[in-house]
Design a protein around this ligand. Sequence first.
Ligand code: NZQ
Ligand code: ZN
Length: 385
Amino acid sequence: MLSLDFYNPTRIILGKGRIAELDQHINANARVLVLYGGGSVERNGTLAEVRQALGTRHVQLFSGIEPNPTYETLMQAVELIRRDQLDFLLAVGGGSVIDGTKFVAAAVHFTGDPWDILLTGGTNVTTALPLASVLTLPATGSEMNNGAVITRAVDKAKLPMHSDQVFPQFSILDPSTTFSLPAKQVSNGVVDAFVHVIEQYLTVPFNSPLQDRFAEGLLQTLIEIGQQAVTESDNEEVRANLMWAASLALNGLIGAGVPQDWSTHLLGHELTALYGLDHAQTLAVVLPAMLQVRREAKRAKLLQYAQRVWQLTDGSEDERIDAAIDQTRSFFETVGVPTRLSDYGLDQSCIEPALEQLQTHGMTALGEHGDITPEVCRQVLLLSL
Ligand code: NZQ
Ligand code: ZN
């Protein structure tokens, strides 16, 4: 580890019944916009709880933020905020709603075309409205980080942004809000959090024993509780632990001061934008193949992962690496996320368009060494069929 910079201002309020505490954390005079998705929070009672906790404040609602939130929908929220002079944003939902709210917060006072925020990855954001979240889906870590991923439907572009201006001020994590989740979304959440850890951990040795141990602890926790979180839909303790693990998986801590490799995510984004796979489904498909193709560049860390996370100590180095990749694949399958493109009805013809989109978006030098080119991604996708 050479040097590091760690900043995370988000207060986490985790526990059953804690939505009532919203009142203590938002200014009484705030003009609040509550943003949410397709209606799950209306049906499971979370929205009603939020409204009650907000008391007599001025509150307006904006619904319809879709999974993989679109620029087109979010710009409608931006117009509403500008028109009605709202000054505090509360996201109620999963990663898509929180991500969408972050973009809206940054876009309201942005001069110029707000899509430029995505084209620069968020570096041109200088101010944003204050925001907070009530999380209903443990997965992305968006509730405790400065990132968002936004899709522009018209050109099928799904691009990330990061800005310290869009950290949530606080996030409320009440595990009982997750009881209504379909099993598929919990499976997705386990896989997404797992791959977030992998992308910050499984690179090259960097004399960062603490980040490594944190990362291995998160991976082992997800392996321990993953399946139970999926099958026991009203197990409050397991869901609370999953929420906390998913937040810590991508809040900047384990990635501070170490190399990172977001190639699985960035290639996965193209598969979502072109073919509609859920975010975590793309990760389950890409990661095992990416590890195979990158096994030499990642050899030392793969061996550490095999030993410390999967307790694989027998056999040659190559056998241990193969076994660790197999275990990873079967973990994803066991929690319920298929790992082959063919499982989602895709064949070889899906590959070239994805590579072209990588080129269009300038994603041509990915990975911890910057040497994952579209050609390497072709090998990965061929291995994922
Ligand atoms: O829209 P509603 O009706 O709310 O339904 C949602 C949606 O259909 C439903 N849902 C959420 N909470 C529920 C519920 N259904 C029943 N009960 C509940 N309690 O779940 C569906 C999926 O929701 P979504 O928010 O899309 O899922 P997720 O949290 O997995 O977010 C995925 C998005 O986050 C981005 C992904 O790219 C994707 O766009 N990511 C954001 C990151 C970040 N900000 O740091 C990092 C991640 O790598 C990821 O890229
Ligand atoms: Zn992710």
